[in-house]
Design a protein around this ligand. Structure first.
Ligand SMILES: Nc1ncnc2c1ncn2[C@@H]1O[C@H](COP(=O)(O)OP(=O)(O)OP(=O)(O)O)[C@@H](O)[C@H]1O
Ligand SMILES: [Mg+2]
Length: 398
């Protein structure tokens, strides 16, 4: 698939841009702070309804504006779909498909598939488990858009159950009103297990599909290094579920739900004592291994980069295997890579249907990619600086 048009209003440093894009490789060139990453961030937002840089939407709205509008025309195997999102300061976001409003913004998920590799990805290897859970969940959702609903139900139940644990814990300690709180907790256990099991089953299925791609991608990027592998990590699942080579089974969701219910009931006293929910996919992690050592804490800077890149490239291969290439976005990454890794990445980029690259200078982009340059500039003073695409297209980077 590819993005044919990108329209932004009051998004980050862009007051307005209407961009025509082609399949193949495009590089956004410009000095630091000119708004290049903002463009790929916008495309990423239309794909995942989230930013790779910030957790909340507020920083995405242009300073001084009340709302921000993002839109794209996506061409997938000759079929065009238009998606639009409006980010509102202080009220709910809204979305449209082909100019018709949808009930929930998440209905646009799945229309635009992207894989973004950015400097922030080092956190996939070195950061908290939440970074890796987000990687898994975004990829699960790209494969199965209805999982967005499951994730949001799970998060809601988790919040409510956690609040209840806190009050029930306090009341248990003061010996008042326990019975009602505890029976309500039983109901929430059921909801948590239902949604949690669905999410878990998809994550395990993903790890099972992803691990051969990951091993292969890492080997192509860093052939001299130890073998890379991944494994789902969870404190409450039996070991056989954590084996990445275990093929998923039809009854997994029911089995996982039963396991969660059992574990929740066992953990109940501890949960009440601590006032936190100790069982469920929100506690899990994706273990990244280099040879027999965990990458986190052991991998060198270069190895960590390679691992992060391998995770993104294996995600790309996995989505590509579903029938259409996701849009590949490479934010400022070539400059960080050595010659071998640059050409491994360039080799994948050369075959992708559409690649959007950002770079400060043309020399940062491998010449063999023959990327079409678009110059991103800013003007205006201090806080009023506005990005725009220069009319003059500079000579090609090749
Ligand atoms: N909400 C916002 N409103 C206005 N401007 C913003 C907003 N958020 C970010 N900016 C501006 O956007 C600019 C950063 O844009 P971006 O990250 O796209 O730069 P870049 O071209 O990728 O730079 P680099 O080469 O350093 O990566 C900064 O100047 C920042 O002040
Ligand atoms: Mg940038």
């Amino acid at each position: 698939m590819y993005v044919r048009t990108l329209t932004l209003r009051d998004f980050r440093s862009w007051d307005q841009v209407d961009l025509e894009l082609s399949p193949g490789r495009t590089v956004f060139l410009g000095a630091n702070g000119n708004g290049k990453t903002n463009l790929v961030e916008a495309v990423g937002y239309l794909s995942t309804l989230g930013s790779h840089r910030v957790a909340a939407d507020a920083p995405l709205i242009r300073l001084g504006a009340q709302r921000s509008r993002l839109g794209a025309t996506v061409v997938n195997s000759g079929r065009e779909l238009r998606i639009d999102v409006e980010l509102n300061q202080g009220s709910a976001n809204r979305a449209q498909i082909n100019r018709s409003p949808v009930r929930r913004t998440r209905e646009i998920l799945g229309i635009l598939q992207t894989v973004l590799f950015a400097p922030e990805d080092l956190a996939l290897v070195r950061g908290d488990p939440s970074e890796r859970r987000r990687f898994l969940d975004e990829l699960c959702t790209a494969r199965l858009p209805r999982l967005a609903g499951v994730r949001s139900d799970y998060d809601r139940v988790l919040r409510q159950r956690s609040a209840l644990l806190k009050t029930a814990g306090r009341q248990a300690r003061s010996r008042s009103g326990q019975a009602t709180e505890l029976s309500t907790l039983d109901v929430w256990d059921g909801h948590l297990a239902t949604h949690g099991a669905e999410l878990l089953a998809q994550r395990l299925r993903l790890v099972n599909d992803l691990y051969p791609h990951l091993e292969q991608s890492y080997r192509s990027i860093a052939p001299e290094s130890r073998t890379a592998s991944i494994r789902y990590r969870s404190g409450y699942l039996p070991p056989e579920f954590l084996d990445p080579a275990r093929p998923p089974e039809a009854q997994d969701v029911e089995v996982l739900e039963a396991i969660m219910l059992r574990e929740l009931s066992e953990a109940r006293p501890k949960e009440l004592e601590r006032g936190v929910c100790l069982v469920g996919p929100h506690r899990d992690d994706l273990e990244l291994m280099l040879g027999s050592a965990p990458a986190k804490g052991f991998a060198s800077h270069g190895e960590s980069w390679s691992f992060a890149l391998a995770l993104r490239l294996s995600a790309f291969e996995l989505l590509r295997g579903m029938g259409t290439d996701p849009v590949l976005m490479l934010d400022d990454v070539f400059a960080e890579l050595d010659r071998h890794r640059r050409s491994a990445l360039a080799a994948v980029a050369a075959t992708a249907e559409q690649v959007l690259i950002t770079a400060a200078v043309p020399e940062d982009v491998p010449a063999e990619l023959e990327a079409t340059p678009l110059r991103v500039e800013t003007d205006g003073a201090a806080d009023e600086r506005t990005s725009h695409i220069a009319d003059q297209v500079s000579p090609t980077t090749s």
